[in-house]
Design a protein around this ligand. Structure first.
Ligand code: PEP
Ligand code: MN
Length: 338
């Protein structure tokens, strides 16, 4: 339930409303001040609350029932866009967040070189998998802790914050120390124990949409993290499974405006895993920015033919450089900067 308040409400009146609500039901109250009105979000069981008693209090404009099961992730509870600050780089504001790098970290030389190239072209974050969720147990599983160390070297040398995937709750403490944005991959979107653990830390979480997850399921997964206290979440549309098999997945572009309407959380697009084809990365990225994505996470590899993972969907640094230039007028047309 949401209580919409007059913005000129005196502090004392606001306190009275909160005291009254607390007396009538056992809920957590969140506050959000907008330009024209303020909001009190009530999270918990409001069945004992008599709406009329709140409605008639001075300063209350209206009481609105929230239909959706997600609360903290819901735009009704927080009408302003959330902006996540990662070491001074903002995600969700006017400037687009560009996360680029290889699917997996392969060597120090590889990750440092790619980091240098993508930074020079305008990326503000470096991606690279250390722990890889592979369909086959016989495929390359990532360099694991050694991969994390190499990412740290690249961060130190090149100065880009690092984004990498976590697969196990056992590693939360280590990732909290070493990583700037912790990625939850599509396959773990509904690993609720992992989500709860990540809710207890303060690190930004990049939550990717599950292969067959609805938008509401994605938002419920964000809610799991937020319910534990971590509200620093970036959502990611990375393609969903459909009957079409020409592409690896089907990029659900409509998810971007839908999520923007339903939630205040920033949302980015992964064109690489959506398409599975390197030559489709450029048009899909352009489309993603045009429909309002807050950024992209894109796979860039200096030697895709010999990449240990996802070479076929990785673009080379030169192509990434051109993509960054070509994106500028599109970003401008939708009121964004790159
Ligand atoms: C990845 O980003 O390397 C990855 C495995 O992505 P997803 O979880 O979207 O498949
Ligand atoms: Mn990949």
């Amino acid at each position: 339930m949401v209580v919409v308040l007059d913005n000129n409400l005196a502090k004392k009146e606001l306190e009275n409303i909160k005291i009254k609500i607390e007396k009538l039901c056992n809920v957590e109250i969140t506050e959000c001040k907008g330009e024209n009105y303020s909001i009190l979000g009530l999270i918990g069981d409001t069945s004992t609350l008599d709406e009329k008693e709140i409605n008639c209090m001075p300063g209350v404009e209206k009481v609105v029932h929230v239909q959706q099961p997600y609360k903290k992730a819901n735009r009704m509870f927080n009408p302003k866009d959330t902006i996540i600050d990662v070491l001074g780089n903002k995600i969700g504001g006017k400037k687009l967040a560009i996360i680029a790098g290889p699917c997996s970290v392969e060597s120090e030389e590889q990750i440092v070189k790619i980091a240098k190239d993508v930074k020079a072209s305008g990326a503000s974050f470096l991606r690279g998998g250390a722990y890889k969720p592979r369909t086959s147990p016989y495929s390359f599983q990532g360099l694991k802790s050694e991969g994390l160390e190499l990412l740290k070297i690249a961060r130190k040398e090149i100065g880009l914050p690092i984004v990498t995937e976590i697969m196990s709750s056992k590693l939360v403490e280590k990732f909290q120390e070493d990583v700037d944005i912790i990625q939850v991959g599509a396959r773990n979107m509904q690993n609720f124990d992992l989500l709860k653990e990540l809710g207890r830390i303060k690190k930004p979480i990049l939550l990717k949409r599950g292969l067959s997850a609805t938008i509401e399921e994605l938002l419920m997964s964000a809610e799991y993290i937020m319910a534990e206290g971590n509200e620093n979440i970036i959502l990611c549309e990375r393609g969903i499974r459909t009957f079409e098999n020409y592409t690896r997945n089907t990029l659900d572009l409509s998810a971007i405006p839908a999520i923007k309407k339903l939630s205040h959380l920033p949302v980015i697009v992964d064109p690489s895993h959506a398409a599975g084809l390197w030559w489709m990365v450029e048009p899909l990225t352009k489309a993603a920015i045009a429909v309002g994505a807050d950024g992209i996470i894109v796979e860039v590899h200096n030697d895709p033919e010999n990449a240990k993972c996802d070479g076929g969907q990785s673009i080379k640094p030169k192509r990434f450089e051109k993509l960054m230039k070509d994106l500028k007028p599109i970003a401008m047309a939708v009121g964004r900067e790159i």
